[in-house]
Design a protein around this ligand. Structure first.
Ligand code: TXA
Ligand code: MG
Length: 319
């Protein structure tokens, strides 16, 4: 069990310019003091993340927003009132105190207040906002348990706060309020809050995704969230023509014809998209660990969280 002392030690490390991996309701983050450019550089190094890919700044309380954002449009305020703390990141004009490395030189910054007690206690105790990407190497599958982080980074990330498995299991939804002449917000990454939920509050979103060159949000890179094993997204049976080929199956519900697969992961026996989202990354990792020749992923229904799940599967399948 984590003690208050663990949190105090982690907060001290953050203040001293170190890195701490910590749980959120979406995925584990690799955090550094968002106001310390050198500490943030350490995050990019450890992750192997390109410097053009900006980070999300995490707050303990919505009230800290103005320390990070220069201005907040009324529609953004509505989303904050409704969804914070929670899995929604808003891209807003940044305060000059946020170093360029955090935002990859952009004049905007992505901000969220996570709905996870440990994360908020850590940020509170550190007394500074924490910049954190998902705690995985760039392009790889995001971590939803502390063990995933340890397996990926070993000693390179000496402090991992273990808060158990992440409740949501998919990254936050990213909505931008910048670069929009008509003021309408833009969906940059589907995630833990569905597009439908957001549109009920602010009306129709503009959509900007699947850009390959010059992505507005590098979660938009075509290949991302990918296991090492080749992954194919396919609705029907998969014939390899050879029993020597080991094929894994990632299925939404239990498959009616499981024959021929060397390993099967079922995301939700009940067909529940929330459960499927929470299981997705761990299931991909388990299949990836089995020395398969490739993985066949079945599509999930594209409603609610199904959009975000399919977004991750399409990027994992991109070559
Ligand atoms: O759920 C999450 O959001 C997790 C947890 C740890 O909070 N974090 C996360 O961070 O997924 P990361 O770095 O893996 O993804 C951040 C996404 C990227 O797609 C990045 O391009 C986008 O947010 N982003 C960050 N700042 C941006 C900005 N100023 N403009 C546009 N996109 C931005
Ligand atoms: Mg990531």
């Amino acid at each position: 069990m984590l003690t208050d002392q663990n949190i105090i030690d982690a907060a001290r490390l953050i203040r001293a310019g170190g890195l701490v991996a910590f749980p959120t309701e979406t995925v584990y983050g690799l955090g550094a003091n968002a106001l310390d450019a050198v500490a943030v550089a350490g995050v990019f190094e450890v992750k192997g993340r390109p410097r053009f890919d900006p980070l999300i700044v995490h707050l303990a309380e919505p009230e800290q927003l103005m320390d990070v954002a220069r201005s907040v449009p009324p529609l953004a305020m509505k989303l904050i009132d409704k969804f914070w703390p929670g899995p929604l990141s808003l891209v807003l004009d940044k305060q000059p105190s946020i170093p360029d490395i955090v935002t990859a030189g952009l004049s905007s910054v992505a901000i969220r207040c996570p709905a996870h007690d440990l994360a908020r206690r850590l940020i509170q105790a550190a007394g500074v906002p924490i910049a954190a990407p998902s705690a995985n190497r760039f392009g790889a599958v995001s971590p939803t348990t502390a063990r995933h982080v340890v397996e990926q980074f070993g000693d390179e990330v000496p402090l991992v706060l273990d808060g158990g498995p992440c409740r949501i299991g998919l990254e936050s939804t990213v909505v931008s309020f910048v670069d929009s002449p008509d003021g309408r917000p833009t969906l940059l990454r589907p995630g833990g809050i569905t597009r439908e939920e957001i549109e009920r509050v602010v009306g129709t979103l503009k959509i900007r995704m699947h850009e390959e060159a010059q992505p507005a949000s590098p979660g938009q890179l075509l290949r991302h969230y990918a296991p090492e094993t080749r992954l194919v997204l396919s609705a029907d049976g998969f014939c390899t023509g050879s029993s020597a080929v080991k094929v894994g199956l990632l299925s939404f519900q239990r498959p009616t014809s499981p024959a021929g697969f060397a390993a099967i992961e079922v995301l939700s026996e009940q067909g529940c998209l929330r459960e499927a989202a929470a299981n997705l990354f761990a299931a991909l990792r388990r299949l990836d660990a089995q020395g398969l020749d490739f993985i066949v992923a079945r599509p999930v229904p594209e409603v609610d969280l199904g959009h975000a799940i399919m977004d991750r599967l399409r990027r994992a399948a991109a070559r």
